[in-house]
Design a protein around this ligand. Structure first.
Ligand code: 2SA
Ligand code: GDP
Ligand code: MG
Length: 424
C-alpha cells in the first residue's frame, strides 16, 4: 500500500503528529520535499520531538528515508540524530537512508537566502534556512549531492568548480564571500560526509521494491498545499512542490501505485510568513487562537497568523491533491469561541466566488463570506471517542465534512498520540 500525506493549508496542520500515529502500520516512511524549513512535532508521553529532516515515522519500527527531492543540511541531520540518540532512539543506516542525489544545503545557500530576503522590498518571510537557494542550484545543475558530500575528492573538486560563481554572487549582494571556502566549514562538511557515507541509498528503488513485496509505504510532505511553488500563493511560497503528485515525482514512484492520499486539515487556518490569508483574525481573537493553539513556528519560533476555516482554499487543496480522506486536527483549540465562522466563499470586486482566484494579487483582494455555527464550551482534550464530543463540536465537524465532500477519518484534540480518535 502506498499512502501520501500532505498538509492541506499553509503547513503546520499537525502532519508530524498524524504521521507518527499512522506509522505503526507502515514499513517505510519517506520525506519527499523541502528541507529543515519544516518543523514537524511529535509528542510521545512527556517527550516532544521537533523534527526538521528525519521523517516522523522514526519513533516506530518503520525504515525512514529522505528522498532526492529534499534539500538537506547535513549539520541539522547530525543534530537530529544526536537528539534522538540522547533519547535512546538508535539511528543507524538500517533505520535511516538518504538518497545519493539529495541536494546538500551549503553555508552559502543560507547566506544568500538571508541577503536576498533582507534586500526584498516585499518580503516573503522565508525561514532563512537556505532552502530557495539550494533548490535554485538543483535546477541550475549546480548542486552538491549527497554522493559528493560523502566522497572527499569529489566534494572538494565540486566546491572548487562552484566557488568562484558563489563568491561573486555573495559579493554582489553585499555579503562576505569568504564563507564559500571557509576552511573550518569545509572541514566540518567533510566530517559530516564521513558520518553519513553509510546512509546512502537509492530511495526510488527501495520504495518500489518494498511495494513489490507487498509492504506499506508512506510519503510525508512538509509545508502545505498553498505553499507549493507552482500551485501556491506565489510569490509567498516555498521552493518545492508540496502536493501529492510531488511525492511520486520526487520519490520516483509511479502514480499508478498510489492507494490513499490523506489530507491533514486544521480546524481553523494558520500561516507563518507573508502572503494572503483571507480569513486572518487581526487583534484579540487571532491572538487568542494563537495562544490556545500554541501557534508559533516549530523551526523559527515566529508567531503564526490565525484565521477562520477557509473552504475555498480547502476546495482547491482537494483538487490539487485528490484526497481520499481527511484527518482533522486541533478541534480542541476552538473551545470557547462562539460563534464559529466558516468562510464558505469570497467577495471579489462585487462578485461571489466559491473557489480561490488563480493569482495571489486577486486572492489578496478577496473578502471572506461567512456562515456561522454555534460553538461549545467544553474542553475536548480528554475526549476519547467521536460520540463523546459535544453536539456543537460534532455539528461543526459534520458541516466541514459536508462542505469538503471528503470523509473525515481521524479527529485530533491535542498533541499527544492518545488525543486522537476515529470519526465513526
Ligand atoms: P522557505 O524558508 O523558503 O521555505 O520560506 C518560504 C515560505 O514558506 C513558509 N514555510 C513554512 N510555513 C509553515 N511552516 C513551516 N515550517 C516551520 C514550522 C516554520 C517556522 O513548522 O512552524 O518555524 O517558522 C514552513 N517552512 C517554510 C515560510 O514561512 C515562507 O512563507
Ligand atoms: P506540522 O508541520 O504539520 O507537522 O505541524 P507542527 O508540528 O509544525 O505544528 C502543529 C502543532 O500543533 C504542534 O505543536 C503539535 O504538537 C500541535 N498539535 C497537533 N495536533 C494537535 C491537536 O489536535 N491539538 C492541539 N492542541 N495541538 C496539536
Ligand atoms: Mg510545521
Amino acid at each position: 500500500m502506498f499512502t501520501i500525506i500532505t498538509g492541506a493549508q499553509f503547513g503546520d496542520e499537525g502532519k508530524g503528529k498524524i504521521v507518527d500515529l499512522l506509522a505503526k502500520d507502515y514499513d517505510v516512511v519517506a520525506r519527499f520535499q523541502g528541507g529543515n524549513n519544516a518543523g514537524h512535532t511529535v509528542k510521545v508521553g512527556d517527550e516532544v520531538y521537533k523534527l526538521h529532516l528525519i521523517p516522523s515515522g522514526i519513533l516506530l519500527d518503520a525504515r525512514v528515508l529522505i528522498g532526492p527531492g529534499v534539500v538537506l543540511n547535513p549539520e541539522v541531520l547530525a543534530e537530529e540524530i544526536e537528539m534522538f540518540e540522547k533519547h535512546g532512539v538508535k539511528v543507524n543506516s538500517e533505520k535511516l537512508g538518504v538518497d545519493a542525489k539529495t541536494s546538500i544545503i551549503m553555508p552559502y545557500h543560507i547566506e544568500l537566502d538571508g541577503l536576498r530576503e533582507a534586500s526584498r522590498e516585499t518580503k516573503i518571510g522565508t525561514t532563512k534556512r537556505g532552502i530557495g537557494y539550494a533548490y535554485i542550484d538543483k535546477v541550475a545543475r549546480d548542486e552538491i549531492r549527497m554522493a559528493e558530500l560523502v566522497d572527499k575528492e569529489r566534494f572538494l573538486a565540486r566546491l572548487e568548480e562552484l566557488a568562484p560563481q558563489k563568491e561573486k554572487e555573495i559579493e554582489a549582494m553585499g555579503g562576505d564571500p569568504r564563507i564559500v571556502r571557509d576552511p573550518e566549514l569545509i572541514k566540518r562538511y567533510l566530517e559530516l560526509g564521513e558520518q553519513f557515507a553509510a546512509y546512502i541509498t537509492d530511495v526510488s528503488r527501495e520504495i518500489n521494491q518494498a511495494l513489490d513485496e507487498g509492504k506499506n509505504v508512506m510519503a510525508e510532505a512538509a509545508q502545505g498545499t498553498h505553499l507549493d511553488v507552482i500551485h501556491g500563493t506565489q510569490k509567498f511560497v516555498t521552493s518545492s512542490s508540496t502536493i501529492a503528485g510531488s511525492a511520486c515525482a520526487n520519490l520516483g514512484v509511479g502514480p499508478t501505485r498510489v492507494d490513499n492520499v490523506i489530507a491533514i486539515v486544521k480546524a481553523y487556518i494558520t500561516r507563518v510568513g507573508e502572503g494572503p490569508l483571507p480569513t486572518e483574525l487581526i487583534g484579540e481573537l487571532g491572538e487568542r487562537i494563537q495562544k490556545a493553539g500554541g501557534e508559533f513556528g516549530t523551526t523559527t519560533g515566529r508567531g503564526r497568523r490565525c484565521g477562520w476555516f477557509d473552504l475555498p482554499l480547502l476546495k482547491k487543496a482537494i483538487a490539487l491533491n485528490g484526497y481520499t480522506e481527511i484527518s482533522l486536527t486541533k478541534l480542541d483549540v476552538l473551545t470557547g469561541l462562539d460563534p464559529l465562522r466558516i468562510c464558505t466563499g469570497y467577495e471579489y470586486k462585487g462578485k461571489k466566488l466559491d473557489y480561490p482566484p488563480e493569482l495571489t494579487e486577486d486572492l489578496q483582494a478577496c473578502s471572506p463570506v461567512y456562515e456561522d455555527l454555534p460553538g461549545w464550551k467544553e474542553e475536548l482534550t480528554e475526549v476519547k471517542a467521536y460520540n463523546e464530543l459535544p453536539e456543537n463540536a460534532r455539528n461543526y465537524v459534520e458541516k466541514l465534512e459536508e462542505l469538503m465532500k471528503v470523509p473525515v477519518n481521524y479527529i485530533s484534540v491535542g498533541p499527544g498520540r492518545a488525543q486522537t480518535f476515529k470519526k465513526e
